[in-house]
Design a protein around this ligand. Structure first.
Ligand code: F6R
Length: 239
């Protein structure tokens, strides 16, 4: 793991956006794996700025997001479709953007379709990740074993508590999501994980210093040979 520590979230976002833009410049037809949540928002703002300054062009690039809630209409402002539209896609020019369909009639089939679509696109060149306070990546929650492909997941109470800030009330947070599996994530050629704030410090410590265990899903990243962690001082405070 290559670990970079930045004085604050803004300098981290600038560095992350520069790495993403360099990926696109080096390979304009790149396939990017994207994340939602708070962690990548400032990075997306930097990418939009670079795009507006004509420093990067996404017109040949394709994206696949990590996850989407089950049974939440995509028009719902808290859906990850809506999030990505508002935070990034409305402002830049990707050739195509994909998210799992959490409203598919046959969710298991949708999981298989999503993995096949990633394969058909040539696989993910660079996967962007955040990390949950419980060490989850995507919505792969602590478990007894690592998941393989895209799957339907039950959200843990800790994730529901963490995500309720985006919803009018806790009751409205969906209990299930479709998420790329650990195997899907590990198939990406490069991985870049962003973590900011002291509330991520314990998960970051477990990921960097602990054993590889499905009880802390991000620990699997030790087995990937091109992982870069971008941390601010708060997230890095326990390593
Ligand atoms: C988001 C995702 C999650 C988040 C994680 C951190 O698509 O899959 O794993 O990256 O929950 O969330 P934030 O960034 O809101 O702290």
């Amino acid at each position: 793991m290559i670990i970079h520590v930045y004085p604050n979230a803004k300098t981290l976002a600038q560095a992350a956006a520069t790495l993403l833009a360099a990926q696109i410049t080096g390979k304009p037809g790149s396939v990017l794996g994207l994340a939602t949540g708070s962690s990548p928002v400032a990075t997306y703002q930097e990418l939009i700025r670079l795009f507006q300054e004509k420093a990067v062009d996404f017109s040949q690039a394709t994206t696949f997001n990590l996850d989407e809630y089950v049974s939440l209409p995509i028009s719902h402002p808290c859906s990850y479709h809506a999030f990505m539209q508002v935070q990034l896609f409305d402002h830049v020019n990707f050739k195509a953007s994909n998210l799992p369909d959490g409203n598919a009639k046959d969710l298991n089939r949708e999981c298989r379709r999503y993995d096949a679509a990633i394969q058909r696109a040539g696989g993910i060149d660079l996967q962007l990740l955040g990390i949950g306070r419980n060490g989850h990546i995507g919505f792969n929650e602590p478990a007894d074993s690592f998941s393989a492909g895209t799957q339907i997941v039950n959200l843990t109470d800790s994730t529901i508590q963490a995500n309720k800030r985006f919803f009018p009330s806790e009751r409205e947070v969906p209990r299930q999501a479709i998420s790329m599996g650990i195997g899907t994530i590990m198939s990406a050629r490069k991985i870049m994980l962003l973590a900011t704030g002291e509330d991520k410090a314990e998960a970051v410590r477990g990921m960097v210093k602990g054993n590889v265990t499905p009880r802390l899903p991000a620990s699997i990243l030790h087995f990937h040979h091109r992982v870069t962690l971008l941390l601010d001082e708060g997230a890095a405070s326990k390593i």
